[in-house]
Design a protein around this ligand. Structure first.
Ligand SMILES: Cc1cc2nc3c(=O)[nH]c(=O)nc-3n(C[C@H](O)[C@H](O)[C@H](O)COP(=O)(O)O)c2cc1C
Length: 216
């Protein structure tokens, strides 16, 4: 599989098979993903892997906790166009695949809550960053995470990056034993996609290049 193929195949998977992923496979992927670039080679990512027994313990632990407010603003307070529409359309396309109409708020809420089960993924990690890091280092996390996601595809695995966990930061921080200097960015569900689930056939839209690229 080449990079283009991995990039085209990667998608945010929202229903996983229970097939286990080995710690070694995750370690190998993390090691290669750490070849991702970072400004000044700072490598600001902090990763806590949850797999096997730890996943069983985590599922029990998190089921007794409730999400609250994110520590960081996941979106600007008033998302402007065209970003607002992009976000809205993604939500509508996703709920259409799930067969959940707009007025069925309980079903939509129940789907959102599936975030906190990693959509059934057998393995996951949480990505933290030290609080005194700035936006440039946060962008380094993105490079690392996307590199991981592409390598996972190459290895026959799938992923879902999950900011939803930012709303559960206190519980996640506690379970991981992460020091207060570290701040949770997101979770990453890892496993194999359940091809039989329509939600995984969602092909999210992209704006045309000319809408965001300018040739001078
Ligand atoms: C940093 C980050 C956090 C995300 N958080 C969530 C999340 O909490 N729950 C979710 O279902 N999708 C989440 N997504 C997936 C996005 O909705 C998805 O990347 C976008 O719609 C594009 O679709 P694609 O990943 O399938 O190409 C996240 C993506 C990124 C990059």
């Amino acid at each position: 599989m080449n990079v283009s193929e991995a990039t085209q195949r990667r998608a945010s998977i929202r229903s996983f098979l229970a097939d286990p992923v080995s710690d070694k496979q995750i370690r190998d992927l993390l090691e290669v993903a750490s070849r991702a670039p970072s400004g000044g080679n700072v490598q600001p990512w902090k990763v806590y892997v949850i797999n096997g027994d730890a996943m069983d313990r985590f599922r029990t632990f998190i089921s007794s906790r409730s999400p609250g407010e994110s520590e960081y603003p996941v979106y600007p307070p008033s998302l402007q166009e065209p970003y607002r529409t992009n976000r809205f359309e993604l939500g509508e396309a996703m709920y259409e695949k799930l067969g959940i109409p707009r007025e069925d708020k309980p079903a939509r809420f129940a789907h959102l809550a599936r975030n906190y089960e990693f959509f059934g993924a057998p393995a996951a990690f949480f990505c933290f960053i030290e609080r005194n890091m700035g936006s440039a280092q946060w962008s380094d996390l993105g490079m690392f995470l996307q590199t991981f996601m592409l390598l996972a595809v190459e290895a026959g695995l799938d992923t879902c990056p999950q900011e939803a966990w930012a709303n559960h930061w206190q519980a996640v921080q506690e379970f991981c034993g992460a020091p207060q200097e570290e701040m949770l960015f997101c979770g990453m569900a890892i496993g194999k996609r359940d091809e039989s689930k329509p939600v995984n056939s969602l092909r999210s839209e992209r704006m045309a290049v000319d809408e965001w690229a300018t040739w001078l």
